[in-house]
Design a protein around this ligand. Structure first.
Ligand code: AMP
Length: 367
């Protein structure tokens, strides 16, 4: 299950990255700064290809291409959680894969993920497995309305999910998500959404960035504030939850844990929504706003290097530039203290993450 082969890379070595999106791009840039190379493997070209030392365009089930890739890199990581399990297992038989195949499999399946988290004594939304319309009717009777039906696998940014309200037809809802294996979740009456982005090293050291507070628009992350506006005890608990999950997965690399904050008898309580076995959009501010970014932290962890300092440099606001919002780049460039990141995507389709801007507000105290 866990990958215990501890390899320590040397400057000049190559990290293999599955996936060619903006997360891979920012990983490759962080690796390059530390004198490490990246080799991107993906079925299609993407933003990471522009900044990597080597690239392979091949299918995730192309064993010959995977073998050739494995021979050229020292360690493999990935920038998205839908890496097929065959790919992860094929590579893990040849060289270290971080995070390990068990962490990947757990995070890929909402049912396995919530069962695993509950098994650690950590709260999630109430949930039930749904494989048929009959299961869905039984789950609705148990969990009540409204509830959210989500595909077990391949969901992201609100895709593959539908809210079911009282009076809605369960069969129609199940048809909307393609009658795939799913889970039904009770609706959590959250007051805010937060996330922990943290790293765990090969030797079990753990370093969390300040807690993120996240706002979504149309199911896509719109803005992250850090540190989150929660009680200090809530932030401490969030870090404990993330560490317990990372330890239990024998995790190596950056992990994100998304949580709901609910108010229970006047006290903040945390409920885990989901985990992401990778660097995370809510951690993008760390490039400009922390002493060591999430991307460098991930590179350090998978390289068997010590973790860096996650210390925050000020109060942070990170806004995603979605679709046409990226057209504002000249105005952002002109703004002192605004750090612009564009991913080099050619076409600004609606809902597409084109870049982000981080603002770091320094609190200056004078005596
Ligand atoms: P997910 O794809 O599971 O991260 O869900 C996307 C967004 O839908 C979350 O960030 C929440 O805003 C909302 N959401 C998901 N699940 C629940 C739930 N059980 N209760 C309330 N809101 C939810």
């Amino acid at each position: 299950m866990a990958n215990r082969k501890a390899t320590r890379l040397e400057p000049g070595d190559t990290i293999g990255v599955l996936g060619s999106g903006q997360l891979g791009r920012m990983l490759a840039m962080a690796a390059a700064r530390l004198g490490l190379k990246t080799h991107i493997y993906c079925p299609e070209s993407g933003p990471a290809f522009d900044v990597a030392a080597a690239r392979t365009i091949a299918a995730y089930d192309d064993d010959a291409a995977l073998s050739a890739f494995a021979a050229k890199v020292k360690v493999v990581t990935y920038e998205f959680e839908n890496v097929p399990s065959h790919t992860a297992e094929f590579l893990a038989a040849r060289l270290p894969v971080h995070p390990n195949a068990f962490a990947l499999a757990t995070a890929q399946d909402r049912f396995a993920e919530k069962t695993f988290i509950n098994g650690l004594g950590i709260a999630t939304a109430p949930f039930a497995a749904v494989d048929t319309v009959g299961d869905l009717r039984a789950a609705l009777a148990a969990l009540g309305h409204p509830a959210i039906l989500k595909t077990r696998r391949m969901g992201y940014d609100g895709k593959g999910q539908i809210m079911i309200r009282d009076g809605d037809d369960p069969a129609a809802a199940f048809a909307t998500i393609g009658e795939q294996p799913a889970i039904l979740e009770g609706l959590v009456p959250f007051v805010s959404e937060v996330s922990v982005v943290a790293a765990r090293s090969v030797d079990g050291a753990f370093a969390a960035f300040d807690l993120n507070q996240n706002e979504h628009a149309d199911h896509i992350l719109s803005v992250t504030f850090a540190p989150a506006s929660v009680a200090p005890a809530t932030a401490t608990r969030a870090f404990e939850i993330a560490r317990a999950i990372a330890d239990a997965l024998d995790y190596v690399g950056v992990i994100a844990v998304e949580l709901f904050v609910v108010i229970d008898h006047g006290v903040e309580r945390l409920i885990v929504n989901e985990i992401a076995p990778r660097v995370h959009n809510s951690g993008h501010w760390t490039i400009d706003g922390a002493e060591c970014s999430q991307f460098e932290q991930h590179v350090r962890a998978v390289s068997g290097w010590p973790l860096g300092s996650p210390r925050i440099r000020g109060r942070i606001e990170m806004r995603n530039l979605i679709g046409d919002e990226a057209l504002d780049w000249p105005a952002i460039l002109a703004e002192p203290g605004a750090y612009l990141h564009l991913y080099g995507k050619h076409e600004a389709r609606a809902g597409r993450k084109m870049g982000h801007v981080t603002r770091v507000f320094k609190t200056i105290t004078r005596d």
